[in-house]
Write a protein that binds this ligand. Sequence first.
Ligand code: SAM
Ligand code: DTB
Ligand code: SF4
Length: 348
Amino acid sequence: MLLNEQDRSHPQPLPQAGGEVRNDWTREEIRTLFALAFTDLLFRAASVHRQHHAPDQIQLCTLLSIKTGGCPEDCGYCSQSAHADSGVKATKLMDVRSVLQMAAQAKDAGSHRFCMGAAWRNPKDKDMPAIVEMVKGVRDMGLETCMTLGMLAPAQAQTLAEAGLDYYNHNIDTSPERYGDIITTRTFEDRLDTLENVRSAGINVCCGGIVGMGETREDRIGFIHALATLPRHPESVPVNALVPVKGTVLGDMLADTPLAKIDDIEFVRTVAVARITMPMSMVRLSAGRESMSEATQALCFLAGANSIFTGDKLLTAPNAGDDKDAVLLAKLGLTPLEGEEPMRVAAE
Ligand code: SAM
Ligand code: DTB
Ligand code: SF4
């Protein structure tokens, strides 16, 4: 896309490469960042990135679905919704021992963080004792723990905090305006309420969303704006590329209109704008890497993504796999993250 004269003269003040943390971003500023020349945007994002992060280190995370399918929510992208016809079978909550075995394998494979996901609208109180055991057991192995279990009541968030949970993942997924087109069984406000409960309990927040759901750039601007203006930025921001699954609303819709697939350059732009506006957060290049070229992934790392999911499976969808990733990271000269995450260090 060619920029017009007005865009080139940068009518809005742009952030300097210092990467100061701000929570007062305007939509106009974020729009201006998106509209920068790609070279300029990447240069700014890479400059901000190295102010707070080691540019050659990538955090390796492992995902495990501890309770798959049969979810009452109707998220239009998700293979695990009971409203979808994706062929994913519903299972019960895994037993604690099996979860700990998987965590031990992840640790042996070099993972830093173990993320456990359940296809629930919200956990039931009767499930909490097993969840607490999982958190404690994984933490005892020296892995960082993350859970994503749907909506949480304040007391449940408190229970997880007392168990030592490091992170809770709860995505806003898209712009506030688009939310109702993607999910009808809950509201954007419900999402914010759980995020507040997680924060108040003192658990680190992992919150991001999905790019490539047929949204407009304005939606991507609204999505980043919502994250970057939270009272405190999420310590971790997953940026997923939609994995279109047959039998889901969005998978079927996009299968009929292949041109609706997100453009790689626009995806990288979204990562770069996330990095510039949330300079200290970990930005995770999450779902969708399996169908991304090495060059696109390399551009995402240059744009400030510094965390990935490893292994050959996400929750239900395929992932790039350890062998492919080892080759890619070696080619790029990137090594696994060793130190602490900047926002967590700053909070100590
Ligand atoms: N049930 C919990 C919830 O919704 O918060 C946790 C699990 S849910 C699968 C976690 C996140 O995975 C979603 O918020 C969404 O961002 C992402 N996700 C799910 N299906 C996806 C897909 N097909 N492609 C890309 N991302 C997806
Ligand atoms: C997130 O933002 N991405 C991960 C994690 N949080 C839980 C999940 C991706 C799921 C991809 C689709 C699937 O495996 O079913
Ligand atoms: Fe359920 Fe989470 Fe999937 Fe939505 S994204 S259907 S809440 S598992």
